[in-house]
Design a protein around this ligand. Structure first.
Ligand SMILES: Nc1nc2c(c(=O)[nH]1)N(C=O)[C@@H](CNc1ccc(C(=O)N[C@@H](CCC(=O)O)C(=O)O)cc1)CN2
Ligand SMILES: Nc1ncnc2c1ncn2[C@@H]1O[C@H](COP(=O)(O)OP(=O)(O)OP(=O)(O)O)[C@@H](O)[C@H]1O
Length: 227
């Protein structure tokens, strides 16, 4: 039987604190080194090469894979990049705005939790939810598990967005196990964020990832289990 919501919240909070303290003990050098490995692992994937439109978070000051090199690679390769902006009025809501180049990024101020985002006056194109498909959605977390579960920071931004985001059923060109329905969710993880022998607590509102990219390789969810 599923745990009551209050219990689940408390369990999530306990696990989050435990992992967060491990993450905060990592040095900048360790994060940098793992970031390089994660970035290289993602950049060599056929699904990355085939993607044209990528949604990527801009990283926080610590405790997660730094997406700066990745963002650079996406822009350099001529792919269309979208980054999140948290809604200043609607709690737990965010949308994705198009970023055209490094010049745009350089103007983004650090907002909540030190996360850089397009400012109020940013003129980037808003993602049109019906006509702009995302070929890849790169997702941050506090922790992932081998069942592709994800534990975030507890505000539900990504879960709400992913629910609202209507993945179309248009297929990427078929690549066997790498074939996705549109908008695959790709978790980016430091080694310490991939739990071993333990699953993160989740309920039915929590989206599972299709792929988790870590410093030591990638794991991908069997096609039949994806939704
Ligand atoms: N880079 C990045 N951008 C992101 C996310 C993320 O995880 N990483 N989010 C993913 O959804 C959303 C922001 N969500 C966040 C919510 C809370 C905290 C945070 O640090 N909160 C507490 C500490 C809680 C904890 O221990 O985790 C604090 O206020 O100190 C960070 C991000 C949207 N953008
Ligand atoms: N699709 C959704 N629709 C409405 N509420 C949601 C949805 N997903 C999550 N929530 C709510 O948001 C709150 C935080 O959810 P949860 O603890 O799963 O966040 P998280 O995944 O850890 O955080 P984040 O996505 O910001 O990293 C909970 O109260 C949860 O019920």
């Amino acid at each position: 039987m599923a745990a009551p919501l209050a219990t689940l919240k408390a369990i999530k909070s306990t696990v989050r604190k435990r992992i967060s303290s491990t993450l905060h003990s990592l040095t900048q050098d360790e994060i940098k080194q793992q970031t390089e490995q994660v970035t290289a692992n993602l950049l060599r994937q056929p699904f990355f090469h085939q993607s044209r439109t990528v949604a990527c978070y801009l990283s926080m000051p610590g405790g997660e894979v730094d997406t700066a090199p990745l963002v650079d690679a996406v822009l350099q390769s001529g792919k269309t990049l979208f980054v999140p902006r948290m809604d200043p009025l609607l709690k737990g809501r965010m949308d994705f705005l198009r970023v055209y180049g490094q010049d745009d990024l350089a103007t983004f101020p650090a907002g909540l939790w030190g996360i850089r985002e397009p400012g109020e006056c940013y003129q980037g194109g808003r993602r049109q939810s019906d006509s702009d498909n995302l070929d890849l959605i790169l997702v941050p977390a506090v922790a992932f598990d081998h069942s592709f579960g994800r534990l975030g920071h507890g505000k539900g931004y990504y879960d709400r967005f992913l629910t609202q985001y209507k993945a179309t059923t248009r297929n990427m060109p078929l690549l066997g196990k790498f074939s996705f329905r549109h908008g695959p969710r790709i978790g980016l993880a430091l080694q310490e964020q991939i739990l071993e022998g333990e699953d993160v607590p989740t309920n039915e509102l929590d989206w599972r990832m299709d792929v988790i990219v870590g410093p030591n390789g990638i794991i991908h969810r069997p096609v039949a289990e994806r939704r």
